[in-house]
Design a protein around this ligand. Structure first.
Ligand code: PAF
Length: 280
């Protein structure tokens, strides 16, 4: 496994490979990342993983400084997973003095994570665009857990004619339903016990949908009601939206829906979502 920190060295190393799968990450890897790596290995001749905690996608009051990092452990896991290339640039490599070009998708800032986290998707789209330009992967792998991120990246790839296909893999969960996230490490023991209520709330709405409920507000209310049973949890938003436009739905139609939420447990902010599949 080659561990590369500069753009020139990455480009030179990449030239030795044909079809390449890239898993972009911010490190502190968990089983969700490793399952994306395993899928990338199956579908491409070679696999690259980027590890970069991207400052431009964190707001001024967010957790950039304390975001968990453990490069040694990450590299060990990636070597065991038979990754070919690891790209781990510094902040000044990605954003040198004088950097001034950003990728902006204004519609992303109007809904869900975008409205809760101003400039977050500007940072995500910019860094993913740069990583795709630098690594030139055939396919790039993302988790469904960050549902809006997958919508943003898909649109950016389409709008900017980038020669990479996006692959989205299902959310990996703990046995009790909690979606895997590097931020789960922030949870206290009591918060960790409560956190599966996020998934339970979404799953209860999914069951109501399966039983025939189609009203968006009734499904949102179901999610809110389950969350309110957990006093440690403060919901930030609860959404039943069109899976492509992410606009809130009055009625869930044939296109299905994205059920999603963000909630705080103390100072820890978690997100989760479930897709209601389109009907045949
Ligand atoms: O999902 C993440 O870990 C990040 O948003 C990504 C895609 C690596 C960009 O920094």
């Amino acid at each position: 496994m080659q561990v590369i920190v500069t753009i020139d060295a990455l480009r030179a190393a990449r030239a030795a490979y044909g079809p390449l799968g890239l898993v972009p990450t911010m490190g502190y890897l968990h089983a969700g990342h490793l399952s994306l790596v395993a899928q990338a290995r199956q579908e491409n001749g070679a696999t690259a993983v980027s590890i970069f905690v991207n400052p431009t996608q964190f707001g001024p009051r967010e957790d950039f400084a304390r975001y968990p990092r453990d490069m040694e452990r990450d590299l060990h896991l990636l070597a065991e997973a038979n990754v070919d290339l690891v790209f781990a640039p510094t902040v000044s490599t990605m954003y040198p003095e004088g950097f001034g070009t950003y990728v902006v998708l204004p519609s992303a800032d109007e809904v869900l994570e975008g409205s809760a986290r101003p400039d977050h998707f500007r940072g995500v789209a910019t860094v993913v665009c740069k990583l795709l330009n630098i690594v030139q992967p055939t396919r790039a792998y993302f988790g469904q857990k960050d549902a809006q991120q997958t919508v943003v990246v898909r649109q950016m790839i389409r709008d900017l004619n980038l020669p990479t296909s996006i692959v989205v893999a299902p959310t990996m969960r703990e046995a009790d339903g909690l979606a895997l996230s590097s931020r789960n490490t922030y949870l206290s023991a009591e918060q960790r016990t409560t956190a599966p209520v996020l998934y339970q709330a979404l799953d209860t709405a999914r069951q109501r949908y399966a039983a025939g409920e189609r009203a968006g507000e009734a499904l949102r209310q179901t999610i809110r009601a389950v969350l309110s049973s957990a006093p440690l949890v403060s919901p930030e938003y609860v959404s039943v939206a069109d899976p492509l436009t992410l606009r809130e739905l009055v009625t869930v139609g044939r296109e299905g829906a994205l059920l999603s939420l963000a909630a705080r447990l103390g100072s820890v902010r978690l997100i989760d979502n479930l897709l209601l599949e389109p009907m045949a």
